[in-house]
Design a binder for this molecule. Structure first.
Ligand code: OXD
Ligand code: MN
Length: 589
């Protein structure tokens, strides 16, 4: 097969000449194609069938033990000028980068099949959606892309109509970490990734296209490509507000996207609808509001911690047609991970006999891949070509101290500063130390395909006459008390905080003004049916003005890292708040 699009054919031929595969297969996304690829992977041992009674059509993949997470130190943004990539990215000149990575691609598909995967990020008929083609030598990537994107014939037809697509070239190479690179060429709408089969490095539609290249396209075209979940909150009156929320990896995005309301809320008629759990593309509509689509069609979620109490919706979608990567298995071949239940698994994620006390059974970044449609809270609105209108944007991080449960920004500029100055303790989703606080603007530190200074300016540019922008909030579910325990119960109870935010969006709740933003009055947070002490609530809603003055010193230093690219309006906003805090501290002294 070939395509009607000459540029696509020529590129496939060019890649084949470099990589020298034995076969070329154009993916149509059909069930037959998926069945035959699954059989191939079972025969090769790339997949292991799970218990067919409890988990029909579910498979386990064990990756190479050195290939279990995104590799930020090997991820590059290759623009002609280094300042365009910014200090937030590793940079290499495109000429040098192509030469270095093409040398690794030379002959790397000998004896393998080259798969051509046409895909669409977003509903196939959405004007906000964008297309790409991934070439890979990994059938595991094909199977995952089929769940995670609209992949196959319909996407190819759109690509042929538009004659524009993002080019992604991937090979698992030899999995040698010293011969591994994930390179982005935003000026050429091109991605090249070699040496890793891990989702974030290999499913090129996700982080590489939908965020790094997507953010570049979004800036050029006037929209936003963000690391955000999209969730619909329906109140007992039947009105639904859509919220987009950015959290760093493994901070509970999937749980929030699939939140199950606490009993009292459920009985009162509250419902929660899942549009997306990781990525959000937002574009201003004719009405001045921001309209959002989930560019993905599936979830590539973190398995550990997913249990009946934390995310019953996710559990319900994981018992058929799912791919598990690096989880443990029970003696009867059911997938298992820490936080699932009290059973003791038989084999750990590497396939060795599980020995309790000898480290976790499932890798902390083990994952499930499943179609979004399998989620009980999935809404058909996720398929709407126009997207959904966004009422509120939420930024959040994992912070043991200082940062209160929730606060609201005063206006859009302040909200952009809140997003830009976000910080969080690192998790297992990327290789490197876990638990270190780092600034992670809009949770996009690993994913923004250009200079953060320009990105902040792009965010600010949405505030123009006629715009009806969402309110911007910040949350912290992870605040700890002096005893080291979490102060807030989190999970379903986070709806209590969302309710306050939505009331604020409708002008139906009061707030306390503080230098860092508006906080709920204690009485306005619904804690009915919740066992939480007054003292804990006080701590969650308290502002440590001295601590915040130090935080603003650090924020100001951080904004300076982007030099002349940092928008003056953002510096001025930070200076305004820093001055307020100093004044308050002087008064208190
Ligand atoms: C992810 C991540 O996989 O953010 O979603 O790392
Ligand atoms: Mn993510």
């Amino acid at each position: 097969m070939t395509s009607k699009l000459a540029t696509l054919n020529a590129w496939v031929q060019e890649v084949a000449a470099l990589t020298q595969p034995s076969h070329i297969h154009w993916c149509d996304g059909s069930a037959e194609e998926n069945a035959s690829l699954t059989q191939l992977m079972l025969d090769r041992g790339d997949l292991i069938a799970l218990n067919a009674d409890t988990h029909p059509d579910c498979y386990l993949h064990r990756s190479h033990p050195s290939d279990v997470a995104r590799v930020e130190h090997l991820t590059f943004v290759c623009t002609k000028h280094q300042e365009d990539a910014g200090p937030n990215n590793n940079w290499m000149h495109p000429t040098e980068a192509h030469a270095e990575i093409d040398a690794l691609f030379a002959g790397c598909m000998k004896g393998r099949t080259l798969y051509v995967i046409p895909y669409c990020m977003g509903p196939i008929d959405s004007p906000i959606a964008r297309c790409g083609v991934e070439i890979t030598d990994s059938p595991y990537v094909v199977a995952n892309m089929r769940l995670m994107t609209r992949m196959g014939s319909a996407a190819l037809a759109r690509i042929e109509r538009e004659s524009q697509f993002v080019r992604g070239l991937h090979s698992t190479g030899d999995l040698d970490p010293t011969r591994r690179f994930i390179m982005h060429f935003p000026e050429e709408l091109t991605i090249k990734s070699i040496g890793s089969g891990y989702g974030g490095n290999a499913l090129l539609g996700k982080k590489c296209h939908a965020l790094r290249i997507g953010s570049w396209q979004a800036r050029k075209e006037g929209w936003l490509a963000e690391h955000m979940l999209i969730v619909g909150i329906e109140n007992p009156q039947g009105e639904t507000h859509y919220v987009a929320a950015a959290f760093p990896s493994a901070c509970g995005k999937t749980n929030l996207a699939m939140l199950i309301p606490p009993d009292g809320y459920r009985q009162a008629g509250w419902k929660v609808w899942t549009v997306g759990d990781d990525i959000c593309w937002m574009s201003p509509g004719d009405d001045g509001r921001l309209w959002a689509i989930n560019p993905e069609a599936g979830y590539f979620g973190v398995a550990p911690g997913t249990g009946a109490k934390t995310n019953a919706n996710a559990l319900a979608m994981l018992n058929r047609e799912a791919i598990f990567t690096n989880v443990a298995v029970t003696a009867d071949q059911q997938p298992w991970w820490e936080g699932l239940d009290d059973r003791v698994p038989a084999k750990d994620w590497k396939g060795n006999d599980f020995v309790p006390g000898n480290g976790p059974a499932a890798h902390p970044n083990s994952r499930f891949t499943v179609s979004a449609r399998r989620c009980p809270s999935y809404t058909e609105r996720a398929e709407d070509a126009r997207g959904v209108p966004i009422s509120a944007i939420v930024f959040g991080g994992r912070r043991e101290s200082l940062v209160p449960l929730v606060f609201e920004s005063r206006d859009w500029t302040h909200g952009v500063l809140v997003g830009a100055s976000m910080a969080s303790e690192t998790t297992a989703a990327a290789t490197g130390a876990v638990g270190v606080v780092r600034r992670d603007s809009m949770a996009m530190k690993p994913f923004c395909g250009y200079n953060f200074g320009d990105y902040f300016a792009h965010w600010l540019s949405f505030d123009k006459p006629g715009a009806k922008l969402p309110k911007i909030f910040h949350v912290n579910w992870f605040r700890k008390g002096a005893d080291g325990k979490f102060l807030w119960p989190g999970f379903g109870d986070n709806l209590r905080v969302l309710e306050w935010m939505l009331k604020r969006c409708e002008d139906r709740a009061d707030a306390v003004e503080t230098p860092i933003g508006h906080l709920p009055k204690k009485a306005d947070l619904n804690v009915e049916g919740l066992r939480i002490s007054d003292h804990a609530l006080d701590q969650l809603l308290q502002i440590d003005e001295q601590g915040w003055a130090h935080e603003f010193e650090a924020i100001t230093e951080y904004l300076d890292e982007f030099g002349g690219r940092t928008p003056p309006a953002l510096r001025a906003e930070a200076a305004r708040i820093a001055a307020l805090l100093l004044q308050r501290n002087d008064q208190a002294a």
